[in-house]
Design a protein around this ligand. Structure first.
Ligand code: FES
Length: 403
């Protein structure tokens, strides 16, 4: 046996099998005529046999005939009809060139079409219009099947739509085209994470980093995953690396700060959040978490200041008002606490904690009737009345109000 490179630049296999009505077959839809027409065009264009149109005797998908298989693109067309022949010829029976050992279908038209479709897809991606982005990337892929970029971009759009299996398929295809695509491994890792497949995700992020040791996104993603898995040392090492490559990204400092906070290393956490808000003054999370650390440290004034910054950035989040209200209660500023808790109730009228905390505020102001009204709301909404501070508070309220 001898093994050589294929002597053809492209092979188009057309199923011409005809089962003569005994079962469904490509012959039912003029498979042989489709073949002959394509072969004729290849000859007319003097591209035969470099582009070889060959007959196949059943490709195993008889119900969806006429079936056509194209190599090296590895494309499968089914349901082909005679009227599709011009379109197929336009796509596949065109001059091809070799550059060194690299096979390229360098039709400038295809390259330009790819670029235009791809750019439109990227614009839709930016606008968070993922469905439209997928359509454009699909067109780009149709124009250039051997370009990993189209698959990588479409994978991103699929991830954003929660279509993780398709994102994984596209990333895998991108890797098959370009095994050195760090982006493809990084995207696939993210799709795996979102499918709950941690081991595959860590392996892909690691591969992405191995291919491109400057892939910040892969370090950050692996750092986040390591944190989730409780590998806080590994997580910090990843963020260190990402920050070493890019030291002006507030989000990296914020995320490393979250790991330090989880580790109980509060001074390092605060230092990172300080950097984060310096670089990204609109980072509500950095303010919120730094506020929570100040609260833990009983630095309630700083905590109130940070929660206020976070609220200014994100005024619709009830949790931030709740946090600030607790800090107000700790400095006996019951009026402000009540105002914040009233906002929480307006955002979510079923938030039992808000009624309980507001009852504490009214208690501090000696407005016992209002305190009792909130206690009753809390009792109505909360299944956990016998736990936490509740029994002690009720005893104190009964005592103070004489009820
Ligand atoms: S007859 Fe065409 S695929 Fe089987």
């Amino acid at each position: 046996m001898q093994t050589n490179k294929t002597p053809y630049q492209r092979q188009i296999f057309v199923c011409t099998n005809n089962a003569n009505g005994e079962k469904a077959s490509c012959g039912d839809h003029k498979g042989e005529e489709v073949f002959r027409k394509l072969r004729e065009i290849a000859k007319e264009r003097k591209l035969h046999p470099n582009i070889r149109v060959a007959q196949a005797k059943c490709l195993g998908q008889c119900a969806t005939g006429v079936n056509i298989m194209v190599y090296p693109e590895n494309i499968w067309h089914s349901g082909v009809r005679l009227e599709d022949v011009p379109q197929l010829a336009e796509k596949y029976i065109k001059a091809l060139v070799f550059i060194g050992v690299l096979f390229l279908s360098v039709s400038p038209v295809y390259a330009q079409t790819f670029r235009e479709d791809n750019d439109r897809g990227l614009a839709y991606l930016k606008q968070n219009n993922f469905t439209a982005a997928i359509d454009e990337f699909t067109k780009a892929i149709d124009a250039q099947h051997d370009n990993a970029e189209g698959y990588n971009n479409r994978a991103l759009a699929y991830i954003n739509l929660g279509r993780f299996a398709q994102a994984i398929a596209d990333s895998t295809q991108a890797i098959a085209i370009n095994p050195k695509s760090s982006v493809a491994y990084n995207n696939r890792g993210t799709a795996y994470v979102l499918q709950g497949k941690v081991t595959g995700a860590i392996a892909d992020y690691t591969k992405a980093i191995e291919i491109n040791p400057k892939n910040i996104s892969a370090y950050a993603n692996r750092g986040r995953l390591n944190m989730k898995q409780g590998n806080l040392t590994g997580s910090i090492a990843d963020y260190n690396k990402a920050i070493e490559i890019r030291s002006d990204a507030g989000s990296l400092f914020r995320d490393r700060g979250l790991v330090y906070a989880q580790k109980g290393d509060l001074p390092d956490a605060i230092a990172d959040f300080n950097q984060a808000v310096k670089m990204a003054p609109n980072d509500a999370t950095a303010y919120s978490v730094r506020g929570a650390i100040y609260y833990e440290q009983k630095n309630f004034i700083q905590a109130i200041s940070d929660f206020s910054e976070a609220i200014a950035i994100d005024p619709k989040d009830g949790e931030k008002y709740m946090s600030r209200a607790l800090a107000y209660l700790r400095v006996n500023n019951a009026n402000e606490a009540i105002a914040d808790l009233t906002r929480v109730v307006a955002i979510n009228p079923n938030d039992a904690r808000a009624y309980f905390n507001r009852a504490v505020g009214f208690y501090q102001l000696k407005q016992f009737d209002k305190a009792w009204a909130d206690v009753h709301m809390f009792q109505k909404l909360s299944p956990h009345q016998e736990t936490g501070n509740f029994p002690n508070f009720i005893a104190a309220l009964k005592n103070a109000s004489g009820k």
